[in-house]
Design a protein around this ligand. Sequence first.
Ligand code: SF4
Length: 372
Amino acid sequence: MATDSAGLYIHVPFCKKKCGYCSFYSVCHGENAGAGFVDALKTEFRKYDALCFDTLYIGGGTPTAVSDMDFDNICDFAFKVNGEKTVEANPESLSSAKISILKEHGFNRLSIGLQSPARKDLEFLGRIHSFEDFRKCFITARSAGFKNINVDLIYGLENQSLKEWLKNLEKITAYEPEHISCYCLSIERDSGFYERAGENPIRLPCDDITASMFIETHKFLAATGYVHYEISNFAKKAKECAHNINYWKNGQYAGLGPSAWSFIDNIRFRNVSDLNGYLASAGAGESCIGEEDRVDARVRFYETICIGLRMKDGVNIENVSKRYNIDFRECYRDIFDKLNEDGFLFMENGFLKPTLKGMLFHNTVAAEFVLL
Ligand code: SF4
């Protein structure tokens, strides 16, 4: 196994209730994270002894939905990592006690899953918290010394107007979080919304409305001091999420927990999406991998370009060409010329960068870069 640095992700697959739009792997659970979960994570972590981790992201599921004792034990992984350490939290379960645990373990970034300040949106999404829950935990986290807080929001909801969405943004920026993620709602397979498609389908706003929401979000947040550094992500200066940037640069990462993805030594693999199966195999020190794929240099080159074009700063073409020993211009000159002419991307100081239109239509851009 390579000894290079990597990101570490821990998937805590417990939620109090399943949200209608969610397609992540999680199980509904009470306060008890389930016997053996933390031990299984620790056993699985031994596989990665040779790696040096420079970011940690504990996500889920709802990491804050577990008991204080389990949370404390999961947070111990922070001592294995230097650099940025983030925990995802939901407003109803980010208590003062959990905020203290995070401080004790040296976490320096919090990501709060608010999704919307409006009660009707929260009900539609199936969230179990209120805006007041968010207000309280945000203020408590600030008083405890958290200087890097992200707030997750979703737009493009059923019956949501552009005006309402901008009002949501205004309400959140008043709290001055350092980072805001704005995701456009999509109906994913394996979500409750997808399953109800037959009898009572969700009516999403049309593409023109969601496109104007995207553009107006860019304008509003730029005017409020946020850099639109990735399709769905906005940050104040030097507050970009390092853990996620590693994904967008196609770097290495190890994922612990059921359903977690890893990308190590050019192999991409995913743990089984089954809590009991994970506990039985990982807990016994056996393989808990459900699927894996060796990714050759040609595919990694293609992926690095496509994923990198999610970011405003784009892709350093010389570095990428050297890294994979493939010449970008030889492979993609015609595609570049076409997308450049159509206003989707451009070259600046050796970086291939998306325009705002290129970010909005990222899927179209990525589809043009066929695998050669
Ligand atoms: S969106 Fe988050 S809180 Fe809701 S079910 Fe999915 S993982 Fe759980």
